[in-house]
Design a protein around this ligand. Structure first.
Ligand code: ZN
Length: 298
């Protein structure tokens, strides 16, 4: 039987199967021998061991469309990065790291700014003006007034989307607004774990309909650059889309766009064509990556 891995905990994989049931599966030993790690999002075939108890074995992992390292998921179409515009004040450097991570892994990104109801129109415009060029789409929503949820729904339709963002920005309420079944599922899980609220600690995929999936990624709320590869060091300027028109126009070949004379990127920042906060994030990442050595490569 075919299915999709929606969750993996402590050696067990939970597979949503064709018969609309969730099977608890173990992976064959041969996967480990071959160095294959089943991932959330994997399309698999399952050999059913016990139909009543919903137990099975993972038999085969079907070819992957793509595979992300951070978060470790497979067959993803896009990422929805949720950030609050206020309360908590957004850490734009962190947002820029999320964007960079996705850009680097060739994942299309939608930025969703939440808590529209508590910021002024001006503040909202400020965020939009910084980020309009960094993502495939930028949305603003308000969870409390349920505004903008339809736009989010539209963006997700027919796709598999990774949901990312720091805690406290309203990710769970977005999930709940998208589909009331989530609050049910969340309630059950919380009860079983003896926790009062939705505190997911593992990557989990939720089916919205037949071909629409959302992957929640707790623990993907922050990360250190030491996790980033050296490859990124070389490609850092490319991961800032608004730098693109200026790359290759600097006076010096190998310009790092930090403080060099005749740097076209710095000039664009000065001219207001690249938001200063985005360039600050770039410099910070550049400085952190600068010290990476070959032996740190994983
Ligand atoms: Zn430059």
């Amino acid at each position: 039987m075919r299915g999709k891995i929606v969750k993996g905990i402590a050696g067990f994989y939970y597979v949503w199967c064709e018969d609309d049931k969730l099977y608890e599966c173990k992976a064959k030993g041969s996967f480990r021998k071959e160095g294959i790690k089943p991932l959330v999002g994997d399309n698999v075939t399952v050999c059913v061991l016990d139909e009543e108890k919903h137990l099975g074995n993972l038999e085969e992992i079907l070819p992957r469309k793509n595979e992300l390292i951070r978060p470790a998921v497979a067959n993803v179409d896009q990422a929805l990065i949720v950030f609050a515009m206020a309360n908590p004040m957004p850490n734009l450097n962190l947002l820029d790291r999320f964007l960079l991570m996705m850009e680097w892994q060739n994942v299309e990104t939608i930025i969703c700014f939440s808590k529209q109801d508590i910021v002024s129109e001006e503040e909202e415009k400020h965020f939009l003006s910084i980020y309009e060029k960094c993502a495939n789409q930028v949305l603003t929503i308000s969870n409390t007034e349920n505004m903008g949820i339809d736009k989010v729904k539209q963006c997700l339709e027919g796709k598999t989307t990774v949901l990312a963002g720091p805690s406290g920005v309203g990710k769970s309420s977005i999930l709940n607004a998208l589909d009331p079944r989530f609050s049910l599922a969340v309630g059950e899980v919380s009860k079983a774990l003896g926790r009062g609220r939705h505190t997911t600690r593992h990557v989990e995929m939720f089916p919205l309909d037949e071909d629409t999936y959302v992957i929640d990624t707790p623990g993907f709320s922050s990360f250190d650059t030491e996790e980033l590869d050296l490859e990124l060091k070389a490609r850092l300027p490319e991961t800032f889309p608004e730098f693109a028109p200026y790359l290759g126009q600097c006076r010096f070949v190998g310009c790092s766009h930090v403080k060099e004379k005749g740097c076209a990127v710095l000039q664009a920042v000065k001219d207001g064509k690249i938001p200063a906060s985005r360039h600050r994030s770039y410099v910070r990442l550049h400085d952190e990556l600068k010290d990476l050595r070959d032996w740190q490569r994983r």
